[in-house]
Design a protein around this ligand. Structure first.
Ligand SMILES: [Zn+2]
Length: 361
């Protein structure tokens, strides 16, 4: 994997880049639609590609539990299994272990948990196993096992979580490097900077990770319920400490207002489940903000969802029609709103990239 900054903005820390992977070149800054279970909910992979998605995100924890990494490996890897030939980033499952699973026991070796599926069976993630799972999935960008501290954790606990996370990341890096020479191995491993809302811990994380020389660096532990200003403060502060020649990925962040604030901080990659989740709750993006189609004022609104949007939904249907579908609980409402929300974010990123290239951002 090779990352090139093609333009550094003179007016902010924003940059336009190219991330070259074995499955294609990704233009950054980039938004990655989320396909947690190996599907971007309600869309075929062809439709996801048609919206302009260059890379999607999928989830190690969920795929490990169901249908299982070995089954996906026997199917030829996740790309083939789900029929998506562009890059895939898989997250480590750490976030899900700490948010979904029960009875978590953290030891120096890893984390034991009871899944939220299969009758609460016990599992254990170690840094090495999580790399191995992602190898089986065949993801283009892997993430190491980390501990996502609760937003209300005291500083001493966040610091303890960070130290263990950094040890795990070192082990993940060594395990990854040991098998990196394999002929089928074009995969990359990123590091994740944790440290909660504490700038000194974020600095420690960034410094330690830079020494481990990952292919890219993520900022984790945000978008976990903290005030929005804390998210921006930590994203900007941490991004400024990460190596400038590697991609920077802000995990779990991707609403339009977030992208507008965080691209100028020098973030290159974003993901969020919200665009697809909001669509399933009849919400859609407009330049004026997020709207809900069930609002009575849209009953006879024959305008498109967003005036300047070029998505299939906006080119062909009115708010009144999609609202009618939503009220009748027709599946097409979800499909059209998902197409719109994803296209809206991808268009926003393309526009921002073009502004960076022209020194207008
Ligand atoms: Zn649209």
């Amino acid at each position: 994997m090779k990352f090139t900054v093609v333009k550094q903005s003179r007016k902010s820390r924003a940059r336009a880049g190219l991330l070259e992977t074995a499955r294609g070149v990704i233009e950054t800054p980039v938004f990655m639609p989320v396909g947690t279970l190996g599907t971007v909910k309600s869309l075929t992979p062809a439709l996801v590609a048609e919206q302009g998605a260059q890379i999607i995100l999928s989830n190690t924890y969920h795929l490990f539990l169901r249908p299982g990494a070995d089954l996906i490996a026997r199917a030829g890897g996740l790309h083939k299994f789900m029929s998506w030939d562009r890059p895939i980033l898989t997250d480590s499952g750490g976030f899900q272990v700490f948010s979904l699973a029960r009875l978590r026991k953290i030891t120096a070796d890893g984390v034991e948990f009871q899944s939220h599926l299969d009758g609460g069976a016990s599992h254990k993630f170690t840094p090495e196993l999580v790399v191995d799972i992602q190898r089986k999935l065949g993801s283009d960008i892997m993430m190491p096992l980390d501990i996502c501290s609760a937003p209300d954790s005291p500083k001493a606990k966040v610091a303890e979580d960070l130290r263990l996370t950094l040890e795990w990341e070192k082990r993940a890096g060594e395990h990854f490097a040991a098998a990196a020479g394999a002929p089928d191995s074009a995969q990359a491993l990123f590091g994740i900077a944790q440290g909660g809302m504490y700038e000194d811990l974020r600095r420690e994380a960034a410094q330690c990770l830079a020494e481990l020389n990952f292919s890219g660096y993520a900022i984790g532990g945000v978008s976990v319920g903290e005030p929005e200003e804390d998210l921006y403060r930590i994203a900007e502060y941490t991004a400024g400490l990460l190596p400038p020649d590697k991609p920077r990925y802000l995990m779990g962040v991707g609403l339009p207002q977030n992208l507008l604030r965080c691209v100028p901080c020098g973030i290159d990659m974003f993901d969020a489940v919200l665009p697809t989740r909001l669509a399933r709750h009849n919400s859609f993006f407009t330049p004026a903000g997020q709207e809900n189609l069930l609002n009575a004022r849209y009953a006879e609104d024959f305008a498109p969802l967003a005036a300047d949007c070029d998505c299939y939904a906006c080119r062909n249907f009115s708010r009144a029609y999609i609202r009618h579908l939503a009220q009748a609980r027709e599946i097409l409402a979800i499909v059209l709103l998902t197409i719109h929300n994803i296209r809206y974010l991808l268009n926003l990123m393309r526009a921002m990239r073009s502004q960076i290239l022209n020194d207008e951002l």
